[in-house]
Design a protein. Structure first.
Length: 201
């Protein structure tokens, strides 16, 4: 019996494209370079799609409205918030006791350090700056929603909150070590910014 002739080689001639081709209907994505998890050599990169639909910080970075240090400072703040939030949970006395249920987890050193960094960031940003940063980075609000939450819905106030949020990101970049104090804008170092309704000099 004759053997069937092989026309194709089984060797893979080029890399397989692992990017998603089908996206959801209302998807907002941006192409980013990330480390290749299947790479043979360390440091190899691939292009991946990152969703920015519910990520105001990622949207600002994708549209080049903030720089890399501001973006990384904001991400570090978000990581600290998530780590600190994962601490011990309160015991619900209304829940039925189940044998084998886990007990309360102790606070780890990483969680304690995250809380200390968050407390320092809140002192550095001040009450107003910390509230804006929390609204955008934790709750995912846009600048328009930040203004509406405070009852200030004009374009002038939206521009003010955008400018104030970028100044807070500059502060976070310095705080987390992604920028030096000399690289921050002058308005951050002075720390005084007139509000849109204030006409005094």
């Amino acid at each position: 019996m004759a053997r069937a002739k092989r026309n194709k080689s089984y060797r893979i001639s080029k890399n397989h494209d692992r990017r998603a081709g089908d996206l959801p209907r209302n998807a907002e994505v941006v192409a980013v370079k990330v480390d290749d998890p299947l790479a043979l050599k360390p440091g190899e990169k691939i292009v991946a799609l990152r969703s920015i639909r519910h990520d105001p910080l990622g949207r600002l970075h994708a549209h080049h409205q903030i720089d890399e240090a501001q973006y990384r400072g904001g991400r570090a703040f978000q990581n600290d918030w998530e780590r600190a939030e994962r601490g011990p949970q309160a015991i619900d006395p209304g829940r039925e006791h189940v044998d084998g249920a886990r007990g309360r987890e102790p606070i780890t050193e990483g969680q304690r350090q995250a809380v200390l960094r968050l407390n320092r960031a809140e002192r550095e940003l001040g009450a107003d700056g910390a509230a804006i940063v929390h609204d955008v980075l934790v709750q995912g609000l846009t600048m328009e929603q930040v203004g509406q939450k405070r009852g200030l819905s004009s374009q002038r106030w939206t521009d003010y909150f955008s400018r104030r949020f970028r100044e807070c990101l500059d502060r976070l970049a310095v705080l987390y070590g992604f920028a030096t104090t000399g690289a921050t804008p002058k308005s951050v170092l002075v720390g005084v910014l007139r509000q849109p309704g204030d006409r005094s000099r």
